[in-house]
Write a protein that binds this ligand. Structure first.
Ligand code: C2E
Ligand code: CA
Ligand code: CA
Length: 547
């Protein structure tokens, strides 16, 4: 122990406090005695050591202090230093009685205030949703363990089907069920306690265990399996769906950020399946990046950090560039680029995609005005999300911006993916038909890799199908080639056009030409280029250089 902590220990010890109270009694005694005030209001100052005594040791403290005061003010003392007369014993007795009475009252008052205070603190540390402690208490407990350099694990539980269960269970039954299940889990480990994070999220603190997180995982998987099939109430066979995360104290010694990390860990995996994951730094950093992106994307739109690149699309029959895909890029200054897959996903999830698409359309129209192309018929494909397509105000905005810039709907192709499918497919269909009537070409992107590709081409008004890179990568395999051949034939029969995406080499191009594919997009011809380079690529393009 260091000298500093030793000293601190002494100052908070009982002996030091007792000595302090006694010394203050004696000092007061001499003070009142010498200012000749044994019988005047200064006597009330004796209440101070009594109050301190009560504060420190309840009624025991205040009574002992009162007895000391009574003793040092006993009748054997002179009444004043200047008179040789003694106090009257009856006067001393009455005063002693009053001191004792005050001491007893102060002692009991102090005791009940302390009890109330402890209860208030306890209540503050208890969860509103269950009988468990809350995260404030958890943070305190973790701080204590960190101070003692004790290692521990945190397991985060998220009951993902809580809302479903609530339809059938009232909150009393539910919280009883939860309490039972966690009490069962607590018994699995020696030093273990449950804390409540929210009504459907709980944290298990496992102290002093030498088990590896993977071993805890396996142990828990077994237990959670029982948990999942829990049948705690005879009448209610309840099936919990739980997502779990585990973290060890060595990862972070800041309790709050450790709790956040284990919470994020529990979110891994698919949204609606029970799972259990150990903390993984790479996953956490990716999540942090998504979070950061969600905070800064809006500013990026205003600070001109976004820009557009264009990837040419080549028509095999005319051997020329027929269109291009406008793709967004984000340069965060200092050379740091964020991949479109990341920021577009965030924009789609946060709703910012509407603003992003409007920015792209405004700016790509501006760019197109500056293009000096030999072939003025080159059109642009833009990626549009469901949010926009089912929103009538977006449709009006889109029509207005084309009109006010002297552009025709024929200049723009709308690319939609399965991701854009919404709960309002009827509205989507109506609005796509409207755009198609005005002259836009409707393209289905990433065709073939989702669950609904066939449903999409059979129900929506589609002009172009963009075969996903997944198939092009495997085009040399017999099975895939046969599939692509028949897909192309079927789409042609439906009067559609096929674009192959992600063509990276001559062999893929040759097979696609052989299979009757209409158009090609891919690095083999060109990577996406900035506006200026795209123009010069188009003006110098010669198909015979590639085949
Ligand atoms: P996408 O719509 O499927 O765009 C095609 C992606 O494939 C582009 O990636 C393009 O660079 C890449 N690509 C094209 N040819 C090849 C190739 O031969 N090999 C390889 N390896 N890749 C190739 P990018 O630009 O990274 O965009 C990724 C995704 O981000 C896009 O996929 C699209 O879903 C989204 N995205 C990009 N810009 C926008 C936008 O303005 N709006 C919306 N809603 N989404 C966008
Ligand atoms: Ca696309
Ligand atoms: Ca695509």
């Amino acid at each position: 122990m260091t000298k500093k902590t030793e000293t601190k220990g002494f100052y908070s010890s009982h002996s030091f406090k007792l000595v302090l109270v006694m010394v203050s009694c004696f000092l007061l005694n001499y003070f009142t005695f010498f200012i000749n005030s044994n019988s005047n209001p200064w006597q009330l100052l004796y209440l101070i050591p009594m109050l301190i005594g009560a504060f420190l040791y309840n009624e025991k403290g205040s009574i002992i202090v009162a007895l000391v005061i009574i003793f040092i003010n006993s009748p054997i003392l002179l009444q004043t230093p200047f008179k040789s007369s003694y106090q009257l014993s009856s006067f001393w007795l009455l005063r002693s009685f009053i001191y004792l009475l005050i001491a007893i009252i102060l002692g009991f008052l102090s005791k009940s205030i302390k009890k109330l205070h402890t209860k208030l603190i306890e209540d503050k540390l208890k969860s509103n949703f269950s009988g468990f402690y809350n995260t404030t208490k958890l943070v305190r407990d973790l701080e204590e363990l960190n101070e003692k350099k004790q290692s521990y694990d945190l397991v985060f539980f998220h009951i993902i089907n809580l809302d479903e269960l609530r339809k059938y269970l009232d909150s009393y039954v539910f919280s009883k069920l939860i309490n039972n299940e966690f009490s069962r889990l607590e018994k699995e480990f020696d030093a273990c306690r449950t804390y409540s994070y929210s009504s459907d999220q709980y944290i298990l603190l496992i102290k002093d265990n030498n088990l590896d997180e993977k071993v805890i995982c396996n142990l828990l998987i077994h237990k959670i399996h029982q948990f999942v099939k829990s049948n705690a109430f005879d009448k209610y066979p309840v099936k919990f769906q739980i997502k779990c995360g585990i973290i060890n104290s060595y990862v972070d010694n800041n309790p709050k950020s450790l709790i956040e990390k284990v919470r994020v860990t529990s979110e891994r995996g698919s949204l609606d399946e029970s799972s259990i994951y150990v903390f993984d730094k790479t996953y956490y950093e990716k999540r942090q990046l998504y979070y950061e992106v969600s905070l800064t994307l809006n500013d990026a739109i205003h600070n001109d950090e976004l820009y557009i690149v264009y990837q040419p699309i080549i028509d095999i029959k005319s051997k020329s560039i027929c269109s291009c895909e406008a793709l967004l890029r984000w340069n965060r200054g200092n050379g740091k680029k964020i991949a479109p897959n990341i920021f577009i996903t965030v924009a789609e999830q946060t709703g910012l995609i509407v603003k992003v698409t409007k920015w792209l359309i405004r700016n790509t129209i501006k760019n197109q005005h500056n293009w000096k192309l030999k072939d003025a018929s080159i059109t642009q494909s833009i990626n549009v999300s469901a949010k926009e397509l089912i929103d009538d105000s977006f449709q009006n905005w889109f029509n207005n911006i084309l009109n006010s810039n002297g552009m025709s709907h024929k200049d723009i192709n709308i690319e939609i993916t399965e991701r854009v499918l919404s709960s309002n497919d009827e509205r989507l269909k109506e609005n796509l038909l409207l755009l198609q009537d005005l002259g836009c070409t409707i393209e289905i992107d990433d065709f073939g890799i989702g669950y609904n590709s066939l449903k999409l081409i059979s129900t929506l008004p589609i002009n172009v199908v963009k075969l996903d890179k997944f198939f092009i990568d495997r085009i040399t395999e017999n099975q895939t080639r046969i599939l692509i051949k028949h897909l192309i034939e079927a789409i042609h029969e439906l009067k559609g056009v096929v674009i192959a995406e992600g063509v990276e080499n001559k062999q893929q191009l040759e097979i696609l030409v052989q299979l009757g594919c209409d158009k090609i997009q891919g690095f083999y011809f060109s990577k996406p280029l900035d506006s200026e380079k795209f123009c010069s690529f188009c003006n110098n393009f010669n198909f015979s250089n590639y085949i």
